[in-house]
Design a protein around this ligand. Structure first.
Ligand SMILES: Cc1cc2nc3c(=O)[nH]c(=O)nc-3n(C[C@H](O)[C@H](O)[C@H](O)COP(=O)(O)OP(=O)(O)OC[C@H]3O[C@@H](n4cnc5c(N)ncnc54)[C@H](O)[C@@H]3O)c2cc1C
Length: 388
């Protein structure tokens, strides 16, 4: 282990995650990928080991650690060649309940989420017509006695078929009647077990990676008013800090992916002989690997910085976004480098590189695309004129 690695955060956690992941080798993921199946055994093993409840305070059954610890878990999962995308949201989606829910809601949901009995890993924001322009989302919850009646459509809602609950962002006041565009949206906890077949239809979308993502159709779905988080109309503010946690944790997955590609490329470049010597003795092969290492190391510092700010409850919106951007670009560079280093074998399913290549590409688009991060930095950090 290098000096840089031995000074990594949470060494015990990392070691146990690595041990668990060793039980789920490439062949496991290749089969799931071919059949677009959900990695339920892997998710169960992570749940049983308590890795998905690290962010839940001890009083509600979790381990009460911070985002920096959760980042270590996800980084190691990804470095091991596994994928946390099937369950990472079980870690952080509950944050909106933890930070903005009532005590009764916390007692009702958090212990079950910590034990894994309740799966809260669906987060419904994106819509087909509004895309990134969240304030124009149209899904509407209309109050009717002690219920809300919800109508609308969501797209790219991941893990909806593997979740008992969903955190749904919807309008409760039309945009044009709200004081500000970001006002008038609310957060509801939707019990998927009751809603499916009672107005909620889930349609899986097959994508270039095995991500269990779906489209949702909500047709008069009745949600008890007691499932409203915080105050009606303030929902957008409530989801923002959860989004920061999500961006930092996805960035940590990118760091893990990057390290996976660098590990694999270094090993292959030392081993593979062409023209009578290891390909890694050519600088044209070495330098891209070294560059990937430099980029991942730098991006990791930004991820750690953003995680530390989040855990200290300091403002971290810009840092979380920047961390996600540099980490997703560094992992994509490493992915491309790794394919190139492997020549033809980079395309072979059994090497896992083509799968990881497809998987890591997602993170320049979701949960927020690079252009939107650049726009945030340009206008909010640098004070340039707004473009929208
Ligand atoms: C596999 C997958 C899983 C996902 N999981 C979830 C989930 O669980 N829950 C959820 O709510 N969403 C989820 N998403 C949605 C994801 O967050 C969005 O796809 C992403 O934020 C981009 O939004 P969009 O697809 O609507 O792109 P659009 O908003 O249509 O944008 C398309 C492109 O145009 C660019 N663009 C748009 N406007 C501007 C501008 N003003 N200036 C410059 N460039 C611009 C964008 O950067 C982007 O590259 C998922 C997406 C995928 C693909």
């Amino acid at each position: 282990m290098s000096e840089a690695e031995s000074s990594q955060t949470f060494p015990e956690i990392r070691e146990s995650v690595r041990k668990l992941c060793a039980e789920f080798p490439g062949t496991y993921w290749q089969k799931l990928d071919r059949e677009r199946e959900y990695p339920k055994e892997f998710v169960q093993a992570l749940t049983d080991a308590g890795f998905l409840s690290v962010l839940i305070p001890e009083e509600y059954g979790g381990s009460g650690l911070g985002v920096a610890a959760a980042a270590a878990v996800l980084e190691e999962i990804h470095r091991s060649g596994c994928n946390g995308g099937a369950c990472h949201a079980q870690m952080y989606t509950m944050g909106v309940i933890l930070r903005h829910g009532s005590e009764a809601q916390k007692r009702k949901y958090l212990p079950g989420i910590a034990s894994g009995e309740l799966r809260l890993q669906a987060f419904g924001v994106t819509e087909p017509t509004s895309g990134t322009d969240t304030t124009r989302l149209r899904t509407f919850a209309k109050r009717d006695g002690d219920h809300y009646v919800v109508n609308g459509q969501k797209i790219w809602i991941s893990r909806a078929e593997h979740s008992d609950l969903m955190v749904l962002l919807c309008r409760t006041t039309p945009r044009e009647e709200a004081k500000k565009p970001s006002d008038g949206m609310s957060v509801l906890i939707v019990d998927m077990r009751e809603a499916v077949g009672n107005g909620l239809t889930i349609r899986p979308i097959r994508t270039m990676l095995n991500h269990a993502t779906t489209e949702l159709f909500l047709d008069n779905v009745r949600v008890p008013a007691e499932n409203l988080i915080g105050k009606e109309g303030n929902g957008f503010k409530y989801v923002l800090d959860g989004m920061n946690a999500e961006r930092i944790l996805i960035a940590a997955e990118c760091i893990g992916d990057g390290r996976f590609f660098i590990d694999r490329a270094s090993a292959y470049a030392k081993d593979r002989e062409v023209f009578g010597r290891p390909i890694g003795s050519n600088q044209a092969v070495q330098f891209p690997i070294a560059r990937a290492h430099v980029q991942i190391t730098a991006a990791n510092m930004m991820v750690q910085h953003a995680a530390n700010l989040f855990d200290a409850a300091l403002p971290c919106g810009s840092e979380a976004n920047m961390a996600k951007m540099v980490a997703s670009e560094a992992s994509w560079y490493a992915a491309d480098m790794c394919v190139q280093t492997h020549g033809g074998f980079g395309f072979a399913e059994e090497f896992d590189i083509e799968r990881k290549f497809r998987e890591t590409r997602l993170y320049q688009v979701a949960p927020i695309s690079t252009n939107l991060i650049l726009s945030h930095v340009a206008t909010h950090v640098l004070g340039l004129p707004k473009s929208f």
